[in-house]
Design a protein around this ligand. Structure first.
Ligand SMILES: Nc1ncnc2c1ncn2[C@@H]1O[C@H](COP(=O)(O)OP(=O)(O)OP(=O)(O)O)[C@@H](O)[C@H]1O
Length: 237
């Protein structure tokens, strides 16, 4: 059964069509990769799903709730979580405080938010760093912290934006393990990623965008053999 349904979404910025008539689905408990060359429209799609702006046309559904047009807060309450790079303003806060920012969105009780935040830090293997300033953590730790913060809003679907970029192979494997653990909790993951060796082995499906349009959608092995996909990536080199 599909958790997320993106139906014929077009997003225009003035004369630029960042997404053109894009449709795809994310099943419950599935991992879907959203890939494509630079400027293909991946971040724009995330922004439409997370309520940062409404699509110009088309609809987005989470289960039977239409979420296109909702605010980011309403989308979060509906069940959309999203990773952000640990923002500059949050770097002086501790790891625990960063995750509590997410936890507070759904629970205003400090003790409950704190307890939930500790659980999520442990979940991403950062429990021992709870009192460490986020800014003094490694890139790999900051990425997992961003995931813990997004999980703290109790999402049904987690949007992960390039959480593997710039990581070494061991760190990519750590992040892959976290993604698999998230999926095993029943949370679906939609992952924008340029690190294809991270996403391809674990994705149930890969959606490929190029110049705003969907050019492929299927199992990783089908998509990676698709001549249009190969041409889009070679064109980028
Ligand atoms: N707020 C905006 N205003 C105007 N144009 C925008 C805006 N956001 C994105 N665009 C344009 O839309 C197109 C798609 O951009 P988008 O950032 O969604 O691509 P992307 O696939 O995420 O790229 P990258 O892999 O480089 O992050 C680009 O041409 C971009 O310049």
């Amino acid at each position: 059964m599909s958790l997320l349904r993106v139906e014929n979404v077009t997003k225009k910025f003035g004369g630029i069509t960042a997404n053109q008539d894009v449709s795809f689905e994310v099943g419950a408990g599935k991992i879907v990769g959203l890939i494509g060359p630079n400027g293909a429209g991946k971040t724009t799609m995330f922004n439409s799903i997370a309520g940062y702006f409404p699509p110009t046309s088309g609809d987005i559904w989470l289960n039977d709730q239409k979420i296109s047009g909702l605010t980011p807060e309403q989308c979060a309450h509906a069940g959309i979580g999203r990773t952000f790079q640990v923002a500059r303003t949050f770097t002086s806060m501790t790891a625990l405080e960063n995750v509590m920012v997410g936890a507070f969105l759904i629970n205003r009780d400090v003790r409950t938010a704190r307890r939930n935040a500790i659980d999520f830090l442990n979940f991403v293997n950062l429990g021992r760093f709870k009192d460490k300033a986020a800014g003094s953590m490694t890139i790999s730790e900051q990425r997992r912290l961003a995931v813990a913060r997004a999980l703290a809003v109790n999402p049904k679907l987690l949007l992960m934006d390039e959480v593997m970029a710039g990581l070494n192979p061991t760190e990519v494997k750590d992040m892959v393990d976290v993604v698999l653990k998230i999926r095993d909790r029943g949370i679906s993951c939609l992952i924008v990623e340029h690190v294809l060796e991270g996403i391809m082995p674990i994705a149930d499906a890969i959606v490929v965008l190029d110049y705003g349009k969907k050019i492929a959608d299927g199992k990783p092995e089908e998509v990676s053999n698709n001549p249009q996909v190969i041409a889009a990536y070679l064109g980028e080199e």
